[in-house]
Design a protein around this ligand. Structure first.
Ligand SMILES: Cc1ncc(COP(=O)(O)O)c(C=O)c1O
Length: 398
């Protein structure tokens, strides 16, 4: 029998699902698990959107539809996304996708040649690195530094990674896992680098609307950037609907045309009746989502307060996303672990608290000075946050 394709050796994964596997195993064995590991909700999708989907099914929206998405939704998204970002988008700028994730691979396939280099955040969403390498590019990491619980781009390191082969920048403002959010000056400096070096930009805006304070900003809004930026848009986090699988690629029409053609080849079309329901989701918008944000804000405050009450753990209070990225260096050193994978596995066994180690967010740089882990609080209620972090405190301070 012939073997499997050699390119599979370059395909990575999203290791949060590995912690989920361990946590399920632990729960199946009869133990309580405190689920801080995965960016998913225990909050339902707003009723209005569910009703709109039921109506669409009853109306017979159950067959194929156009591969780039139904025009009504493409128009509605062009308006919604354009308005927040101050960009004049139209239907031809929007291609509907089954979730946010497909934009990553399709954009890479549209613009990256084998051997090209792509600036990629590390820590960052691990699928960037996986798909760049799978398509025979080279992921070149850039990183962040922390100042009093806030994370900022390390520009020296980012610039040092640029070569004549650099084609593309992966950028995730409202960042998973650190919750970093670039102030205006940082966005401007980054845009200047992209213009000077003629880079394509993937602006992963999965969390741009998951915000508690302040104003959302997109790099696509800066002068000269919309022409070279594809926005990864998703309904998943904004509307608490990760399992529905609806999102979009939004950017220049010549790239959108290719991404639409990839849709034909990959999935024919995104779920037809769900697309109709998304028109209602956009109409309900942030007002409809207020209860989701209010619930998340309470959890954020509680999680940060309890983490900061643990000896050897410190974390800032982020203004967006539903992640926190505490520094646990002192705990790792005190307990004699080599890295946060060892800490994560031991904490799960000893306390039932599940979270993700730093190593699950892209290949770590060789000389990272501090140890971090990521906790997500969208899928865990207040009582379990209290109980789980009380157990984690006992563990760290024993
Ligand atoms: C930064 C980032 N981008 C993209 C995605 C994928 O979103 P979706 O579930 O809509 O595909 C996620 C999901 O966790 C994410 O954290």
């Amino acid at each position: 029998m012939k073997g499997l394709a050699s390119r599979l050796g370059r395909l990575g994964t999203e290791s949060a699902f590995e912690v989920a596997r361990q946590a399920n195993e632990w729960a199946t064995a009869g133990n309580q698990v405190f689920p801080f590991h995965i960016g998913d909700f225990n909050i339902p999708t707003p009723e209005r959107v569910v009703e709109a989907m039921n109506r669409a099914i009853a109306d017979g929206k159950t067959g194929y539809c156009q591969p780039p998405g139904i025009p009504e939704l493409r128009n509605a998204l062009a308006e919604d996304v354009g308005q927040l970002r101050g960009i004049d988008y139209a239907l031809e700028n929007v291609i509907i996708q089954p979730g946010g994730k497909p934009t990553i691979g399709k954009f890479i396939m549209a613009v990256m040649e084998p051997g090209d280099e792509v600036l990629t955040p590390s820590p960052g969403f691990p699928i960037y690195e996986s798909l760049i390498e799978f398509h025979e590019g080279k992921a070149v990491p850039y990183t962040f530094y922390e100042e009093e619980g806030e994370f900022f781009l390390d520009f020296d390191q980012l610039k040092a990674g640029i070569t004549p082969k650099t084609t593309m920048l992966m950028f995730n403002n409202n960042h998973n896992p650190t919750a970093a959010e670039s102030p205006r000056e940082e966005l401007e400096a980054l845009a200047e680098i992209c213009l000077e070096n003629d880079l394509w930009v993937l602006s992963d805006e999965a969390y741009i609307e998951t915000r508690y304070e302040g104003q959302s900003q997109s790099i696509a809004s800066l002068p000269g950037m919309a022409e070279r930026t594809v926005i990864l848009y998703t309904f998943s986090k904004r509307f608490a609907m990760t399992g529905w699988r609806v999102g979009a690629s939004i950017g220049p029409p010549e790239v959108m045309e290719i991404i639409g053609q990839l849709n034909v080849n990959d999935e024919s079309c995104t779920n037809h009746f769900a697309q109709w329901a998304m028109i209602d989701a956009l109409a309900g918008g942030d007002v409809m989502c207020r209860p989701i944000i209010d619930k998340l804000r309470v959890r954020r405050d509680l999680t940060c307060q309890l983490l900061n009450g643990i000896e050897g753990v410190s974390v800032g209070v982020p203004a967006s996303t539903f992640y926190v990225y505490p520094d646990v260096t002192e705990v790792v050193e005190k307990l004699g672990f080599n890295n946060t994978i060892e800490l994560q596995e031991d904490v799960l066994r000893e306390t039932g608290v599940a979270f993700c180690p730093r190593a699950y967010f892209g290949t770590p740089l060789p000389d990272e000075p501090r140890h971090y882990v990521r906790l997500a609080y969208a899928g865990i209620g207040q009582a379990d946050i209290r109980e789980g972090l009380a157990r984690f405190k006992d563990y760290c301070e024993a």
